[in-house]
Design a protein around this ligand. Structure first.
Ligand code: ATP
Length: 348
């Protein structure tokens, strides 16, 4: 069993990063909020992993993925990395709360348009990972983090924790990127509560499996899943094989359409992200909600809208714009066009 790395507040790493609090802890390490002593007022998140984990260590892989995401406008940045005698670390952008906390701490029950809107934020985050050639394989609420604690980015969700990630493409001899061949024996990777039925059946996961997990995540924070509380894998599988009308009975009706669509997509195919986006968006339209509508967890005190919404001057400039257009000026990454094609940077 690897010895856990446990940093006290005030510890300074590399003469630069001063630990100010712990943000989370996992099996092999922990995540800390750190202050940059070279850049007053700047904070970041430091993920630390014990070197005792040997080949099981995932930090190196996480660094590689973050480095690949660097050209995307809205992705966490990698600021530093290093290895000490007992531990390895990486420093990345500091996000806000994770989806698990947001959903649990929300003073009000999350409405269906909020659930669908979270669906779009998560879809965008998942697509970014797919676009750089990886399947995440551990889509769960604790792995979606607000882009920032306050302001515009606090309404966006980014995917973190690339410990179980797997490349689905590889460079062929001709230099072209090709799909990797599916393995015949695959160990289960992911979380029982959220993973797809394919994953339980030990089938090589593809992009579609991350999207199945997303539906499970959304239903879990909505009204819960029919297999909640179950431990036996066979029993869980039986429930997951049920009619989507039963699994998603209290969800926006489009969830069933999305689930039925995903059943038609093979693990090697690229899912139609725009189709899924548009189905989520129908719930927003029905309820007159858009990306500028405050979330249930946003309080007056921490009102993002004062920062997210345009100033009076900007309002005047944009006055001819409808709210629908305005939302895309503020959140261009959520425009349906952005979900259209790969923008793939599959070359290493
Ligand atoms: N960049 C970040 N900004 C803010 N919080 C973060 C960041 N990265 C991680 N966290 C927080 O730390 C928690 C654990 O992070 P992460 O999932 O990467 O660690 P882990 O050791 O792999 O955990 P687990 O074993 O639970 O998956 C997250 O759920 C989140 O709350």
């Amino acid at each position: 069993m690897a010895e856990l790395v446990d940093f006290q507040n005030g510890k300074v790493i590399c003469g630069r990063w001063k630990v100010s609090s712990q943000l989370g802890a996992g099996g092999c390490g922990a995540v800390y909020k750190v202050e940059d002593l070279f850049n007053k007022g700047f904070s970041a998140a430091m993920k630390v992993e014990s070197n005792d984990v040997g080949n099981m260590g995932v930090l190196k892989l996480e660094v590689q993925v973050l480095a690949k995401l660097k050209d995307l406008p809205d992705a966490f940045r990698l600021y530093d990395m290093g290895k000490r005698k007992k531990y390895s670390f990486m420093v990345m952008s500091l996000g806000g709360q994770d989806l698990l906390n947001l959903a649990m701490k929300s003073p009000k029950t999350l409405s269906l348009p909020t659930i669908a809107r979270i669906g779009i934020m998560c879809l965008s985050a998942i697509k970014s990972i797919h676009d750089v050639g990886f399947v995440h394989r551990d889509v769960k609420p604790g792995n979606f983090v607000q882009g920032c604690t306050t302001g515009r980015l606090s309404r966006l969700l980014y995917l973190i924790d690339f410990g179980l990630i797997r490349a689905y493409m590889k460079e062929g001899k001709d230099g072209e990127m090709k799909m990797r061949k599916a393995r015949t024996t695959v160990a289960l990777r992911g979380t029982f509560r959220y993973c797809s039925l394919n994953t339980h059946n030990r089938i090589e996961q593809g992009r579609v499996d991350d999207l199945y997990s997303l539906l499970h995540v959304l239903q879990a924070i909505n009204r819960g899943l029919p297999w909640d509380g179950m431990k036996d894998e066979k029993e869980i599988m039986k429930k997951k094989a049920m009619d989507p009308n039963i699994i998603f009975k209290d969800a926006p009706p489009e969830f069933v359409t999305i689930a039925e669509y995903l059943m038609t997509v093979s693990t090697i195919e690229k899912p139609d992200y725009v189709k899924v986006y548009k189905l989520f968006y129908e719930e927003l339209e029905r309820n007159n909600v858009n990306f500028l509508t405050p979330y249930e967890w946003e309080t007056k005190k921490n009102d993002v809208n004062t920062m997210v919404e345009p100033s009076k001057h900007e309002r005047k400039t944009f006055q001819k714009d409808s709210d629908e257009k305005l939302q895309y000026r503020i959140y261009p990454q959520l425009h349906p066009k952005k979900f259209e094609d790969a923008g793939v940077q599959l070359k290493c």
